[in-house]
Ligand binder design. Sequence first.
Ligand code: UD1
Length: 349
Amino acid sequence: MIKIIAVVGARPQFIKHFSFEKSSTKKIDLITIHTGQHYDENMSAIFFNELGMKKPKYKLNTGGGSHGLQTGKMIIEIEEILLKEKPDGIVVYGDTNSTLAASLAGSKLAIPIFHIEAGLRSYNKKMPEEINRVLTDHVSNLLFVPSQLATKNLQKEGVLDNVIEVGDIMKDLVFYIKKNNHLTIKKPFSNFYYATIHRPYNTDDKERLSLVLKSLNSMKLKVVMSIHPRTTKLMNQYNIKRESYSNIHFINPQSYFDNLSYLNSSNGLLTDSGGMQKEAYWLKKQCVTIRKETEWIETLVDDKNKLIFDELSDLKNIFTNDLLNWNDSLYGKGNTAEIIVDTIVKYYK
Ligand code: UD1
């Protein structure tokens, strides 16, 4: 059996890894490295427990610190494990610092890199994620893309070979959760918007973060905001008090089932997350993305997802009550992990 190392580190990667791990049973000898990028119980362990995933064989301690420090520490430690384990290939997900570190460590040892969620672009180089995904794509041996647009993005950069359109692995889990009745009713208010905000450009500047919160506070419905540790940390640092925003109901980061349940029980989503824009789409909830651009362009059709960044005073009127037409086959059929596993196995034949 081929031996593959999967590297995870941040919250969205645990979610993606679930479906890969499940589909790889009996087909791949899978070893997992957790870089420790996300280390709080409710940013990490909670997902492994709730989803019944295997404990990673290696758990590193590289979270926190500057991007360079974090990524550098990861490369050093991942390389050591790769030299010891000698895997046939490495699976990386998405665009975090953990993705880039594993791709650099692996490609320099000439170990094939398999990138899941390849080809996405925001064309905003100020985002650390954009740097991470571009560099990862350019050292990858198999590029698993979620859409035709992602294939085209890669073509523009001259990446033409081994690009395989497979849909989005996150859709597998949303389907799994619906099928297994893991969605519950989460309604702290009969009508509310659900919100998550954590991107540096919305949180790292005191004025911007205050403006974002003030705008959420002015929404016509209550806002339930699941608050990422970086946002909490910065609010404390800037002395921004939760009590000043009486229309926002702050809650701690949620488990995966609870997060989706809040979203599913809400009247719509306000976010700057990448993954949640798609989850809102699959659950048929209108989404407002507080960013200048999105990698998930297809979700924007017919205002199912709307972008807003500078004109935040318009936020309170942004949700429409229009009946929206959802495309059920957006980003695949919910069997992406299976296709990926089979393609990787075939790669070695
Ligand atoms: C990372 C990813 C981002 C992804 C997000 C999901 C990068 C560059 N960014 O951003 O793409 O959307 O995860 O959550 O990799 N912190 C804690 N506890 C934790 C985790 C983080 O307190 O469990 C703190 C860190 O110490 C740091 C801040 O939150 O001060 C940011 O964490 P970091 O992992 O650097 O990036 P994220 O903003 O979470």
